[in-house]
Structure formats: C-alpha cells, structure tokens
Design a protein around this ligand. Structure first.
Ligand code: ADP
Length: 445
C-alpha cells in the first residue's frame, strides 16, 4: 500500500497552486479575485471526492474504489485495503464457525452452548431431537426453562460439574439422559447430553440377574448346608477321607452362603429407592450388638478389642444398611489382623458430623491396592482371602451404603503397621445437640 502524502508535501502542493494563482492575479492586477477562484476550485475538487466517497460507501456498495485524484486516491486505496482485510477475516471466522458446527453436528451427543446465565447460544440437531430444543426459536432461552427437572435445576445451582447428572428426557419419559456440563472459554458452558437408556437397561438386567441367581442359589445351599451340618453331629464314625471331605464341603458351602448373602445385600441396596432420612438409627445400641458379635468372632484371634462409643450419638438413615457398613469394617479388622492385635472402634462427634473409625495394627495394605479395594470381588491377596473366607464384596457394600448416606469411606493404611477405615456422616443426618456430649471411656477387653 502506498503511503499518504506527508504534511510537507501537502503544504508544498497547496503553496504551489495558490502561488500560481497569486502570480496570475498579480499579473492581471486581480490578486484577490484569483485567490478566491482558486479557493472555490479547491473546494469544488474536495466536494467532488467527498461525493465520490459517499457514493462508493453507501450507494454502490462495490468493493473496487472509485478513481480519485491525488491524495484522495490514496484515501480510497486505504479504505479499499481495510475492507479487503475485514472481508478476509470475516471469511476465516465464518469457516472456523462452520467447522466447529460441522464438528459438533457430527458428534453422537447432543451439544448445547450456554452463557453463564444459562441462556442458549447454540445447539446441534441432536439436541433438538434428544432434549426437544427448537432452533433458532429457542436461542437466548434459559436451558432450565426447557429442561424442567428439579435435579437439573439443582445441578445448575450448585455449579459443581465434576459428576454427570442423569435425568429423564423432557420429550419422552422412557428415555434416560446423562448431562455433562463443561465450562470453557470466557464464561461459556458446553452442555453435552447423551442417551443412556440402553446402558441403564443393561445395568438393570445385570442387577436383576445377580439378584435372581443369588436368590435361586439360597434354597439349595441352605439344604446342602443343613444336611452337612446334620452329618457333622452324627454319631456314626466315618472314614478319615470322608471326614476330611465333609469338613471341606461344609466350609465351602458356608463360604458360598456368605457370598450369596452379600450379593443379595448388595442387590437390595442397589435396587432400593433413595434413603428417606426420617428414620432414627440408634447407632450406640447397634454397635453394642456388633461388639458382641465381634467378641464371638475374636475367640480364636485373641485381639484386644477397644470400643469407644458416644452413647448419645444417634443419626437418621437406613438402619440395616448402616449396620452392614459398621459390621463389615469391624469384621474386616478382626479378619485381617494377625492374632493378638489391637483393634480400636470409635463412634464420636467430629464437630457437627458423626465419625466412625476402625483402626487395627494388622498387616496393612500396599498403596497400589487402596484405590481398588471397594471394587466388587477385589481382594489384595486371593490366597489369604480364601483362608479368611472373604468374598471381596464387603467394602463395596460399605461404599454403596455410604454414598447413599452422603458420605464416603476413607482408608489410611501402611503395610506392616495397620489400617484405619473411617467415614463421617454429615451434620444433616446427626441427631441431637450440636455441643459435644459426655464420652464413654475406652472399654478394653
Ligand atoms: P473380603 O470379603 O475379602 O473381606 P472386602 O471387600 O471386605 O472383602 O475387602 C476387600 C479386601 O480389602 C480384602 O480382601 C482385604 O485384602 C482388604 N482389607 C479389608 N479390610 C482390611 C483390613 N482391615 N486390613 C487389611 N486388609 C483389609
């Protein structure tokens, strides 16, 4: 692009024209008239170019500039250059937006772009099908006015998008949707919705299958176990090989029985509706029973069992589920601690929360196993688990129960030192005064 004339060049040009006019004026003795005519000509020349500029910009709307003289040609060229640059930029932007939209359309998920006030900026075709949005008429509408579910409202209100949310489709009640909100750019959000109906159905089939099989296995197992136990007490002496076989059969049927029991418990918890937190749970009484059971289990092991229970600390929740969680953690500590260990069980207030802790000085667990402990059938040491009669389901039951009570299991463990399993029930489930109560002393057995 050519540069505009410099100030000095313009001054030189103007001086030249006016100088020439003055010279001619002096020559004919009409200096003022000559200067006036010159000024008039100059003005007309300027107006002509302003007119050309106005016509080009507002009436012709063409890209190519009009032909101008002198400095005006440079002005026209400058505007032309700027316009071309803007057009190129706009084209690039359009291509970019088209590419983004084509990409979003090709996704197998519904995509909705939202601003921070949850107004719809854009959505793809699948969002129109799955969520029932209408484009472009829903542009600018709040998404929570169109997905009218209390869970979805809560999800947006909490602004915690780490976990996806499952909601019923606003268009078809038999369709289950999974919504994932992802913040991006400057105060923008991407709502990604996918149809998980089939996944949910498969999950339900799996749950039903496990529940049905476990249920069907119960009767034959009970019969088998009953007969084996009857034979155990029979007066007739049996051959040593039979005695050994009988012992193994009895042990294995008991193992199978506890496996079936735990599978049933897990299925029951999974199938149960949301916990209604209107039922009072007398945890101290529950723990007193668990303590008795633990003492029976502890007969062979001779651990020192120490229970420190706040006698007034009660909560609300599902009693059977909580009993299962407490009992599993206490039983595990006894099972996985070598004879003569120390096991401490504590149920105390921790600020507003109720804290349950089981600490043992057993073998502990290596760090690489800690994350997977609550998976179904996960056992650190298969051989050892076989000896202890473990099923690998206990901690997954605990995890399920706790997530239904807005809590989670914390595990601290050091190989060779022991482990601490704990969880805290949130304030909204804890009954009674907020101030710490009188505590029971350690009861050493
Ligand atoms: P299991 O029926 O095998 O006890 P769990 O789900 O209760 O199944 O526990 C999973 C695994 O976690 C156990 O097999 C065991 O290896 C480990 N574990 C659980 N509790 C303890 C503990 N207190 N000390 C050491 N290891 C433990």
């Amino acid at each position: 692009m050519r540069l505009l004339l410099s100030k000095r060049q313009i001054l030189a040009k103007v001086s030249l024209y006016y100088g020439a006019a003055a010279f001619v004026g002096l020559l004919f003795g009409h200096l003022l008239l000559a200067l006036l005519l010159m000024t008039l000509g100059h003005l007309l020349w300027q107006y002509k170019h302003i007119f050309l500029l106005d016509k080009w910009l507002w009436r012709d709307r063409k890209l190519t500039p009009p032909a101008g003289d002198g400095s005006w040609q440079q002005i026209f060229d400058g505007i032309y250059f700027q316009q071309r640059r803007e057009r190129r930029k706009r084209k690039e932007l359009r291509t970019l937006v088209r590419r983004f939209r084509d990409g979003a359309e090709a996704l197998p998920e519904a995509v909705v772009v939202l601003n921070e006030d949850w107004n719809i900026i854009w959505c793809n075709k699948l969002a129109q099908l799955l969520v029932g949005l209408r484009w472009p008429s829903d542009e600018g509408q709040r998404i929570d006015n169109l997905i009218r579910s209390p869970e979805f409202h809560q999800y947006l209100k909490q602004r915690n998008f780490q976990q996806p949310l499952e909601v019923m489709s606003p268009t078809t009640s038999s369709i289950m949707l999974e919504c994932k909100m992802m913040p991006y750019g400057k105060a923008q959000f991407l709502l990604i919705v996918r149809d998980i109906t089939q996944l949910k159905q498969l999950e339900q089939i799996r749950k039903d299958f496990v529940a049905n099989v476990s249920h069907e296995l119960r009767t034959p197992l009970t019969v088998l176990q009953g007969y084996l136990e009857m034979m155990d007490g029979s007066a007739q002496p049996a051959a040593p090989i039979w005695q050994k076989a009988h012992g193994v059969m009895l042990e294995q049927t008991r193992r199978m029985d506890s496996l079936v029991q735990q599978l049933l418990t897990l299925s029951r918890i999974e199938a149960a509706a949301r916990v209604q937190f209107d039922q009072e749970v007398d945890v101290p009484a529950m723990l007193a029973l668990i303590q008795q059971e633990a003492e029976t289990l502890n007969r062979d092991k001779q651990h020192s069992l120490q229970f420190e229970i706040d006698p007034e600390l009660k909560v609300t929740g599902a009693p059977e589920e909580l009993r299962s969680a407490f009992s599993n953690l206490v039983t595990n500590a006894i099972k996985y601690t070598p004879p003569g260990g120390v096991i401490q069980v504590s149920w105390q207030r921790d600020g507003q929360r109720a804290l349950f802790t089981v600490t043992d000085n057993g073998e502990g667990i290596a760090p690489q196993h800690l994350k997977r402990l609550t998976e179904r059938f996960y056992r650190v040491d298969q051989a050892r688990a076989r000896n202890t009669g473990g099923t690998g389901l206990g901690l997954s039951i605990v995890k399920h129960v706790l997530s239904r009570h807005n809590s989670q299991l914390l595990i601290f463990s050091e190989p060779g030192q022991g482990s601490t399993f704990s969880f805290a029930l949130p304030p909204e489930l804890v009954l009674g005064a907020q101030t710490p109560k009188k505590r029971a002393k350690f009861k050493v057995k």
